[in-house]
Design a protein around this ligand. Structure first.
Ligand code: ADP
Length: 256
């Protein structure tokens, strides 16, 4: 709307302009990094889905080639269905991560007592806990009124408690403890499980990361759980820390 012939005088001196261009460069670098992270994520996600899809295709092609025994049909179809379930889980988790990326404000942030959330998750995991003969040592103390935002806390605890159960050794104990330090509510989840190698500790929150050590043990998973927990923690300014002794067990600490 200004007269185009009018000279524009920028309200900056030389040093300020230098700072400004430096900031712009830094911003551009950050945007480039973000784009690269997204590219990597898309490529990892496609890979993660393409592998089970080709296995599934192979299985079905074998079945259709010539008539088979009824039992072989049943076995191969059961296997295919479980692969489809696994892929559906992965897609659900990818959608959840995408939603967490835009930090949707529509989710339920109503405060609920932390012990209630943990009790609910433990009863949801009852079957796996019984199968593994785990003892649950849950110390709620007298802190029954400790309140945390429902939706995000559920995501954090579901993934961390789920992992603790999944990676625990048979007939071991899972310790859960809630304490308070100043304004912070602290929750420790300590398992006596397979543990995490030192060199893997920095990677466990990365999308699709799974420790190599686990593949040999046939523990199912897709490496997305902890990145979901981390995103959820960021959304409510909570922190997640992890300590582990490979072969001995792992402790996750969540600071609300
Ligand atoms: P998933 O469990 O589906 O592989 P996660 O993102 O939840 O994916 O965890 C990433 C990796 O971190 C796991 O594959 C495993 O190597 C390691 N990990 C997470 N929690 C534990 C735990 N409680 N004990 C041992 N290893 C763990």
């Amino acid at each position: 709307q200004n007269n185009l012939n009018e000279r524009v005088i920028l309200p900056y001196n030389k040093d300020e302009l230098y700072d400004l261009s430096f900031n712009i460069n830094e911003l551009l670098q950050r945007i480039e990094n973000a784009i690269e992270r997204k590219r990597q994520f898309t490529s990892d996600a496609s890979h993660e889905l393409r592998t089970p899809l080709s296995t599934l295709k192979g299985t079905l092609e074998v079945l259709i080639r010539k008539p088979r025994e009824q039992s072989e049909y049943e076995e191969k179809i059961k296997y295919s269905l479980s692969e489809i379930d696994r892929m559906t889980d992965t897609i659900e988790q990818l959608l959840l991560l995408a939603r967490l990326d835009v930090n949707s404000r529509t989710v339920d942030r109503s405060p609920v007592p932390l012990p209630n959330i943990i009790d609910e998750i433990l009863s949801g995991q009852k079957k796996q806990i019984l199968q593994k003969k785990l003892t649950i040592a849950f110390q709620k103390g007298v802190l029954l009124e400790e309140m945390v935002p429902q939706y995000y806390t559920q995501l954090i605890m579901e993934n961390i408690i789920g992992n603790a159960v999944k990676y625990s050794k048979v007939a071991s104990t899972l310790h859960i403890e809630i304490t308070r330090s100043g304004p912070n509510v602290i929750c420790n989840i300590q398992d006596e499980g397979v543990g995490i190698k030192k060199e893997d500790l920095d990677n466990v929150f990365k999308r699709f990361f799974r420790s190599d050590a686990l593949h040999h043990k046939n523990i199912p998973g897709n490496g997305l759980g902890l990145s979901i927990a981390k995103k959820a923690a960021d959304a409510i300014n909570a922190e997640i820390h992890v300590e582990s002794e490979f072969g001995e067990g792992t402790t996750f600490t969540i600071l609300f």
